[in-house]
Design a binder for this molecule. Structure first.
Ligand code: 2HG
Ligand code: ZN
Length: 474
């Protein structure tokens, strides 16, 4: 790892004046947890961590860094999986954790204003207390934050019903690289007055602006749930079931998740739980319905129409449903317990997904014979998480093979985790040269000095501002 760079003394003074002495951290021991990501694959030195407590303080921090030409890495819950929220090259880490304000729910508009540092669990509990729900849901809900999920347009397990984070955004307040604040927080359903900045910032991975607050659209609560774990011969059969039940479960289908023997074996070994079925099927499909009143009869009747189902487990009460979800949600932690994975998060057009699933493991092993691929994901969205254990963190041969296969089948190299640092070299596989040029033009316009999350999305290309590090005034 590179040595820790010192900040210019004047900038250090400005950061302390902006956020307060105790919220500028440069003690190496205290910096450590901000410098490594959740997978342990991405790590680097920070010059310092600054933890502003308000939008105005964020604006002062950005203005000072912009003036000094010192880059920042915005960080929320640090649950990202593509290296976009940890420092690479001595940047300042801008932690948004203290922006944790949650205003009262507006029950008429079913909206709420939340600070960037509010966690998804806090937001969900707040919405539930008002008889509503925040339907973006993901396994990292206890740590992932409003700001981070907007910056990455996080998806999760209910996208097939509610859309990803972008679909929840009624407004955003954000600070631009020069310290100016843009704000679209009125929550108006209709407002066609030029470029919609909140939608532009969603998924921009901290490269265009720093989100400080958001106005979020909630949904009616769906307290009654029913969950089925199904054993299928293969992914083709799982897709056939999904196609058959979708119209029968219209308006109540909340999740359709797939996983495979390799993952269940790992989850059982890691967590100590028993496999769900006596015989391991070719594909597991987890279906959940949610409604105002008990959806279990509707779900059971729909599944009775599906001859593809070989075996099933059904759950209605919360502990039994949690037990079924555990097979799916414990994948990430169980993989992490085995080693440092390469994480690929891809979408395929649904008709191409079964063949991809059937061939991708061989492609991985052809690239790196000792590699162990583990697949799981959000079947309803055509989104598979291809985790690969075995290759060294810097060995990209298996990644290259998988992402090229995805591109050849008309898919995307990132369904929900974003490009970050991890996938920047492959962006060109599924975005055209014109697309990339337009995105770079936006980046240059909003962040001419390149201080916001340099290297993320576009890589450290020489044409991009800020690509060469930050020694301007050091
Ligand atoms: C999930 O769907 C997350 O659980 C994480 O997107 C996926 O660990 C992964 O690769
Ligand atoms: Zn996912």
């Amino acid at each position: 790892m590179t040595a820790r760079p010192a900040l210019p003394p004047r900038l250090l003074r400005d950061l302390r004046a902006a956020a307060g002495d105790e919220h500028v951290i440069d003690d190496p021991e205290l910096l450590a947890s901000y410098e490594v990501d959740w997978t342990r694959r991405f790590t680097g030195r920070a010059a310092a961590v600054v933890r502003p407590g308000s939008t105005d303080e964020v604006a002062e921090v950005l203005s000072a860094c912009n003036h000094a030409g010192v880059p920042l890495v915005p960080q929320g819950g640090n649950t990202g999986l593509v290296g976009g929220s940890v420092p690479r090259n001595g940047e300042v880490v801008l932690s948004l954790a203290r922006l944790a304000g949650l205003e009262a729910v507006d029950p008429v508009a079913a909206q709420v204003t939340a600070g960037a540092g509010v966690t998804i669990t806090q937001l969900q509990e707040h919405a539930a207390a008002a008889g509503l729900q925040y339907p973006v849901d993901l396994a990292s809900r206890d740590s992932a934050t409003v700001g981070g999920t907007i910056a990455t347009n996080a998806g999760g397990i209910r996208v097939l019903r509610y859309g990803a984070t972008r679909a929840r955004l009624s407004g955003v307040e954000a600070v631009l690289a020069d310290g100016s604040t843009v704000s679209r927080m009125s929550g108006l359903t209709k407002d066609n007055t030029g470029y919609e900045l909140p939608q532009l910032f969603a998924g921009s991975e901290g490269t265009l602006a720093v989100v400080t607050r958001a106005r979020l659209q909630l949904a009616p609560a769906t307290p009654a749930r029913a969950t089925a774990l199904l054993a299928m011969d293969d992914t083709d059969a799982a897709l056939a079931v999904l196609q058959r039940v979708r119209p029968l479960l219209a308006g109540i289908l909340d999740a359709a998740e797939a996983f495979f023997h390799e993952g269940v074996e790992l989850v059982c070994r890691h967590t100590g739980i028993q496999p769900p079925f006596a015989e391991s099927p070719g594909c597991y499909l987890l279906i959940e319905c949610a409604a105002q009143s008990d959806p279990s009869t509707t779900l059971a009747e729909a599944l009775a129409q599906c001859p593809e189902v070989r075996d099933s487990a059904f759950a209605v009460d919360a502990p039994s449903r949690r037990a079924l979800w555990r097979y799916r949600e414990a994948h990430t932690e169980s993989i992490n317990a085995e080693g440092i994975p390469h994480k690929l998060d891809v979408t395929l057009p649904l008709p191409a997904l079964p063949e991809f699933e059937a061939t991708v493991r061989d492609r991985v092993r052809a690239a790196v014979p000792a590699a162990r691929p583990i697949l799981f994901g959000h079947l309803g969205d055509g989104n598979l998480h291809v985790n690969i254990l075995g290759p060294e963190p810097g060995d990209d041969r298996a990644t290259d093979a998988v992402l090229r296969l995805v591109a050849s089948k008309g898919g995307s190299i990132s369904a929900e985790h974003g490009i970050g640092i991890a996938k920047a070299p492959w962006l060109h596989l599924t975005r055209s040269a014109a697309d990339i040029a337009a995105m770079q033009a936006l980046k240059r316009a909003l962040d001419p000095a390149g201080i916001l999350n340099p290297g993320v999305i576009f890589g450290a290309s020489r044409e991009m501002p800020g690509a060469t590090g930050h020694n301007k005034t050091a």
